[in-house]
Design a protein around this ligand. Structure first.
Ligand SMILES: NC(=O)c1ccc[n+]([C@@H]2O[C@H](COP(=O)([O-])OP(=O)(O)OC[C@H]3O[C@@H](n4cnc5c(N)ncnc54)[C@H](OP(=O)(O)O)[C@@H]3O)[C@@H](O)[C@H]2O)c1
Length: 214
């Protein structure tokens, strides 16, 4: 058993999720931010990688919701690099930091779960999240983490907001980075929705049974 996994992120018209300095850039329209708020509120947990915490320092909460109604915040952080002062450790919601087995660091503002040698093992983490009552999991990035979810065959829905701006940069992050899949084994999607949201568009895809299972 694992949660239903939705990947959501905002991308520029040239396929970047941040600029060459890898710092947060506003890509979403106001209409998209409103959509993401509703999406977050519909999920039991919101997950990001530690590089997103270090680059963007997000709260990962639904504005206006009390802590008990906010989704659980989950950080993939194999070696315990999340700063004690990270906003995702504040009291606005509960936080779970997933580390590798060898990491012994703890945080005052978070619970920890140890799973995986070297790097957090998603195949072990996801059933553990199900056991904690996480039925719908929202993965918000960045590109390394989203790549690992696709690699493991763990993505059910992929939502991309396409913003009307260009950032360029050969090293700027994209929604799915990682090592990349072999040319003859791309992950196949089915387009289920195209919606104009202000000066941008939301594309939603269902992830077809992927090649890792064949
Ligand atoms: N536009 C958007 O919607 C959006 C959303 C989020 C982020 N961003 C941008 O994305 C960039 C950060 O993305 P990123 O790709 O550099 O990093 P990331 O995906 O946020 O974090 C990657 C890190 O997570 C840790 N990790 C632990 N277990 C992992 C696993 N199983 N698979 C993958 N990673 C795992 C690894 O560090 P350890 O080995 O130390 O554990 C890894 O280096 C920033 O520029 C941010 O602004 C954009």
């Amino acid at each position: 058993m694992r949660p239903f996994v939705i990947v959501n992120c905002a991308m520029t018209a040239d396929g970047k999720i941040a600029g060459r300095c890898r710092r947060q850039v506003r890509i979403s329209s106001q209409e998209d931010l409103d959509r993401v708020k509703v999406l977050r509120a519909s999920c039991d947990a919101i997950l990001v990688g530690v590089e997103t915490i270090l680059a963007d320092d997000p709260h990962l909460t639904v504005g206006g919701h009390p802590p008990e109604r906010n989704p659980l915040r989950i950080i993939l952080d194999s070696n315990g690099r999340t700063p004690d002062e990270a906003k995702a450790l504040d009291s606005r919601a509960r936080t779970l930091i997933a580390t590798a087995d060898a990491c012994s660091r703890t945080w005052a503002g978070a619970e920890t779960i140890r799973c995986g040698r070297g790097r957090v093992d998603l195949a072990a983490l996801l059933p553990a999240l199900s056991e904690r009552g996480v039925k719908r999991l929202l993965v918000e990035g960045g590109g390394e983490v989203i790549s690992s979810f696709f690699e493991g065959g763990f993505v059910d829905r992929y939502c991309i907001f396409l913003g009307s701006l260009i950032l360029g940069g050969r090293d700027s992050p994209t929604p799915v980075d990682g090592e990349g899949f072999p040319d003859d084994q791309p992950r196949r999607l089915r387009l289920t929705e195209v919606t104009r949201l202000g000066d941008g568009a939301l594309l939603s895809y269902e992830v077809l049974d992927d090649n890792t299972k064949t």
